[in-house]
Structures are given as C-alpha cells and as structure tokens.
Write a protein that binds this ligand. Structure first.
Ligand SMILES: [Zn+2]
Length: 257
C-alpha cells in the first residue's frame, strides 16, 4: 500500500536536477533576485515543476505531459485542503488521532538533515518534527524577507505537520497521488517495467500545506532558500532553473522543462 514512513529531508535534489553548486558556493545572505520569484498566479506551477524535476523518473515523462503531472498533483493537494474545511492543522491531527513529537535533534541522516517524518506502522500514527531543522528554516526564510514574510520555527513546524498529514490522507484513502497519474515506462533491453512518479505526492503535499496554511508560495521554496542561505546553492543557478520552469508553465506551453 505504499511506504510506511515518509520523510522530508533538507536536500531537495534528485538525480534529475543538475544545478547544485558544489564549488564552495556563495553565502546565501542577501536578497534574492526577486524577479526570479514567480508571481502568485504562476508560482505554484513553477515550484511544482521544480519539485517534479527531482523525480528519478522525470526524464521518462513525455515532455508535453510534464506540466499536466504538476497541475494534477497541485489540484490533489488543493482539493484535500478545501475538504479540511478550514480546520487548523492541530485540530486535523487530533481528529485523526495522530501523535506529534518534537525532537530536539536535527535528525541528521547520511549528511542530510531530516525535518519531519510520519510513521503509520504503529498502533498510533506518529509524526516527528525536528526542532533544529525548523529553526534553520526560519532563519533562512528571514534572510529572504520578501518570500514567506516572518516565518517562525513554529510556522515551519506547521508546514511540515500539514505536509505529513497529507501523506497520511493518501495512505488512509488507499490511493497515493502518484498512483492517480500514469506510471512511466522503463525499458532495459527486452525488459519493461512501469514506475510511478513519486514526486507527485510531494507536489500535492506542498499544495495542501500552502492552501491549508495560506502561505504565499509552495513550501518547497523554503528548501531552496535554506540551501542558498547556507551557501550550498548558487542564487544565479536557482534563478535560471526557476526561469526554465516558469517558461514551461507559461500559457503558450512552447518551452519544455
Ligand atoms: Zn513528503
């Protein structure tokens, strides 16, 4: 029925992205080129495509269908948020009987900091949120004040709680967002295999959190702000990738990511 534990990690990279600045980078302090940030209307689709690009199957999705994968995933998340009927995330978790634990550590694992995870294998489903990661995200967001405004560590935690709650919704309904979209085909010589585009679930979870918490942008933008803040991602490279995704999401749909 899908994975039992969902994790969100700091490194927003999959095999499909190739713009990590490994040459020492620049320090992330300072203002982001605000022109690179999408306006509200196309923000979600642009950031949705940024997320889709992280999927190991990304290159297997036919070019002309990539925007559609992102759009349908976003809609899945929005619809779930509408169905939540304006309840606060704390209340949703309580009604669902999900326990929440805040862990003081950053949850570091193999070089990437864990932010939050849900485990539904036990009697009581449980979300663990890593406090230190939340503090780091809040600090990064405050270095780019034009993005999420004043984002506290508590608000960052709510984003992650909403994100994990969405995965729980997927699990309880028995159909994951990725399964609602066509799988892609992988061929190894005579062998054929079909695989789902799992990053679609991430896009939907971001869209759910954004709509539920009335955020200005999809929360995966936070990942990039963090990496720029700590100097692991070059701002110009980020701008460039965003521009590509924005062009791909444009009404003409002539440009492909
Ligand atoms: Zn997730």
């Amino acid at each position: 029925m899908g994975k039992a534990i969902n994790e969100s990690k700091t490194k927003p990279y999959g095999q499909a992205t190739a713009f990590e600045d490994t040459a020492g980078g620049r320090t992330g302090r300072g203002l982001l080129n605000m022109n690179s940030l999408p306006n509200r209307e196309d923000s979600d689709l642009t950031l949705g495509l940024m997320e889709l690009r992280r999927d190991p199957m990304y290159r297997r999705i036919p070019e002309e269908r990539r925007v559609r994968y992102a759009e349908r995933s976003l809609n899945d998340g929005y619809e779930a948020a509408e169905a939540a009927e304006r309840l606060a995330i704390g209340e949703l978790l309580e009604r669902a009987g999900i326990a929440v634990r805040f862990d003081g550590a950053s949850g570091g694992l193999f070089g990437s900091a864990l932010r939050a995870q849900i485990d539904w294998t036990g009697k009581v489903p449980r979300i663990v949120v890593y406090r230190e990661s939340m503090r780091q995200l809040a600090e990064a967001a405050s270095a780019f004040p034009g993005t999420f405004g004043e984002l506290t560590a508590e608000a960052a935690a709510d984003i992650h709680l909403a994100h994990e709650y969405y995965h729980w919704l997927e699990y309880t309904r028995g159909v994951f967002t990725a399964e609602r979209l066509d799988p892609v085909e992988i061929r190894f010589g005579p062998w054929k295999r079909r695989a789902s585009v799992r990053q679609c679930g991430e896009i939907a979870a971001h869209a759910f959190a954004k709509r539920l918490l009335k955020l200005t942008h999809l929360p995966n933008l936070l990942d990039y702000l963090y990496l720029m803040h700590i100097g692991e991602l070059n701002k110009e490279a980020f701008d460039e990738e965003m521009e590509k995704c924005r062009e791909a999401s444009g009404s003409g749909r002539r440009h492909m990511v």
